[in-house]
Design a protein around this ligand. Structure first.
Ligand code: SF4
Length: 355
């Protein structure tokens, strides 16, 4: 971690000790089938968080437009992502789930915040550089101003907590900068959100070489059956030293051992490490234990998903309820923003209630 990243992470940790968090916001792009990387990197934290805070979770389709342009695919992915969240344990009785574009105030506030954002600040965001490299044929303005829309996603609900891994703290800091700027210039409208640091491990795919991703085809889906899971795990890469069953290995250099770290008990991890170093166990045996433990996590998700698929209207109802619940809050925030900035409220012209 660089010095700057370290200081950012320290500040975020210090923030966590301040006043209690009253509203949490987080979102995920509908970018395809959910997999173990999504579970360990975000969803598992969300499921735990919904019991601690009032949480808003958004399928951020406006963000996805910077990458996807197929309307049918977009529609299917939005629904599939919401279903995947619910199957994973996101409970609409405990939190609010909705689709970003159904609350138009996100885009409206994003424009307002754009007018306060120096170009230089956006140019420094590392995510833009990475994305611009990965989709060189489509480096659009939305991709560049993406962090401003992220800031609007948080501030439109005056959320004060944002769960992030350490590599995402920069985005929360960016939002805090914009909030301070707005409040200083126009009067206090927004609370300063803070990063709620969560464990967000880098989960490698079954190829052992690259981060787990649906597009790379190296993923284990949250909806994979036990058979499909084993078909992916059985040929998965292990430590290259273990050519024959009798060759000892180095577990720390094996991706399967990392999966043990995520899913197995301390005893099972010790068994795998010792058995690997002494060649006392084979890789197949080792993988069978990982598969058993991953299946134990996925089985309740498979069951919940089957229940949702049997009642296809239920997901739409939940998303609709989420939007209905959030619209008044978003409108109220925009009313305050408009008042503070001296631009008219729509209610003044009889075309909507901002306040
Ligand atoms: S025994 Fe387990 S940890 Fe060792 S190389 Fe094989 S799969 Fe990896």
């Amino acid at each position: 971690m660089s010095e700057r990243e370290q200081s950012v992470a320290q500040r975020a940790a210090a923030n966590q000790e301040k006043s209690p968090v009253t509203r949490v916001f987080s979102g995920m792009q509908p970018s395809g089938e959910l997999h173990l990387g999504n579970w360990l990197g975000a969803l598992k934290n969300w499921v735990a968080m919904q019991d601690r805070y009032p949480c808003i979770f958004s399928v951020v389709d406006l963000h996805a437009l910077t990458q996807t342009s197929d309307p049918d695919e977009m529609k299917a992915r939005i629904r599939d992502m919401a279903m995947g969240w619910l199957a994973a344990g996101i409970d609409p009785e405990k939190c609010t789930v909705f689709v970003q574009s159904t609350v138009p105030e996100h885009a409206e506030l994003s424009w307002v915040l754009t007018t306060l954002t120096p170009m230089g600040l956006l140019e420094r965001m590392t995510q833009f550089k990475d994305k611009a490299r990965s989709q060189a044929e489509n480096v659009n303005v939305g991709l560049f101003s993406y962090p401003v829309l992220q800031a609007a996603d948080i501030t439109i609900y005056r959320a004060d907590g944002v769960p992030v891994g350490e590599d995402q703290v920069q985005h929360v800091e960016f939002t805090r900068d914009l909030v301070r700027k707005f409040n200083l210039k126009y009067g206090k409208v927004f609370p300063e959100p803070r990063a709620l640091l969560t464990s967000s491990p880098r989960v490698m795919g079954v190829d052992g070489d690259r981060k787990m991703s649906k597009s790379l085809g190296n993923h284990i889906g949250l909806n994979d059956s036990a058979d499909v899971l084993w078909k992916k795990l059985a040929p998965a890469k292990t430590d290259v030293r273990r050519v024959r069953r009798t060759d000892p290995g180095v577990p720390e250099e094996c991706n399967i051992y990392k999966y043990h770290g995520f899913f197995s008990t301390a005893d099972e991890r010790a068994w795998a490490a010792e058995g690997c170093r002494s060649a006392g166990i084979g890789c197949r045996q080792c993988k069978e234990v990982v598969a058993k433990n991953i299946n134990a996590v996925l089985e309740p998700m498979r069951e919940r998903r089957a229940g949702l698929e049997a009642h296809p209207g239920r997901v739409d109802e939940i998303l609709h309820e989420g939007t209905k619940k959030l619209l008044p809050l978003a409108r109220e925030t925009m009313g305050r923003v408009r008042d503070a900035m001296g631009i008219p409220n729509r209610g003044r012209y009889g075309i909507g209630e901002d306040r």
